[in-house]
Design a protein around this ligand. Structure first.
Ligand code: HEC
Length: 185
């Protein structure tokens, strides 16, 4: 088999070079052929070696507790200092979009929590529209919590992709629109 491959490789290389001058489409296909043949000849040997020396690496998701700790260290209330809004209505509108896009699956259309989606993932998502909620009138705490996340399944949004502006908007939406609508405050 080795000899055959070397032969094919030699022929392929020549054909490749010739083809290069003639047509565009075929050059690449032909000129790769010898490399492939060479690889096919070498691979079994190198794989055999690799298998003896080390086991295959496996994907390991980042440790959640470490991720949260890192986000807590990165967090600063000052990241919201420079955010301004032309009007609260714009802030609420954007916050509604953020909520619908990133939060509703787990927290529910109306913030009631315990959605099918969350339960299906073994998550206990509390209502965020209860009266006497610990975070009511605490926008700083809500922004921090959304940024940092929680080891019980609340994602670390500060790392997982939403911007401080979006966190600010959704916090405003939660505290100034959704909660008052739900509890009539
Ligand atoms: C994958 C599901 C999931 C998504 C998506 C999610 N959360 Fe959560 N959230 C949770 C869980 C689970 C908790 C409860 C964590 C705990 O045990 O403290 C939580 C807790 C919270 C709390 C604190 C509630 C309380 O009373 O302690 C707030 C506020 C919150 N989330 C806001 C948000 C916002 C805003 C978004 C969207 C940007 C969001 N969450 C997206 C799962 C989720």
């Amino acid at each position: 088999m080795g000899a055959g491959n070397r032969m094919a490789g030699g022929l392929g290389r020549r054909a490749g070079r010739g083809g290069g001058r003639i047509g565009r489409g075929r050059i690449q296909v032909r000129s790769r052929a010898p490399q492939r043949a060479l690889l096919a000849a070498l691979l079994p040997a190198s794989l055999g070696l690799a298998a003896c020396e080390r086991s295959r690496p496996e994907y390991e998701p980042p440790d959640r507790a470490a991720q949260i700790e890192q986000a807590a260290a990165d967090y600063s209330p000052a990241i919201f200092d420079s955010i301004t809004w032309p009007a609260d209505s714009v802030r609420a509108f954007d916050g509604n979009v953020v909520y619908a896009t990133y939060c509703r699956n787990c927290h529910g259309q109306l913030g009631e929590g315990g959605t099918e989606y969350a339960v299906g993932r073994g998550l206990e998502v509390p209502s965020i529209v209860e009266e006497g909620w610990a975070y009511d009138a605490e926008p700083d705490s809500v922004r921090r919590l959304v940024f940092v996340g929680h080891v019980e399944g609340m994602p670390t949004w500060g790392v997982a992709g939403i911007t401080p502006r979006e966190i600010d908007a959704v916090t405003h939406y939660l505290l100034e629109v959704l909660r008052p609508e739900m509890i009539g405050g």
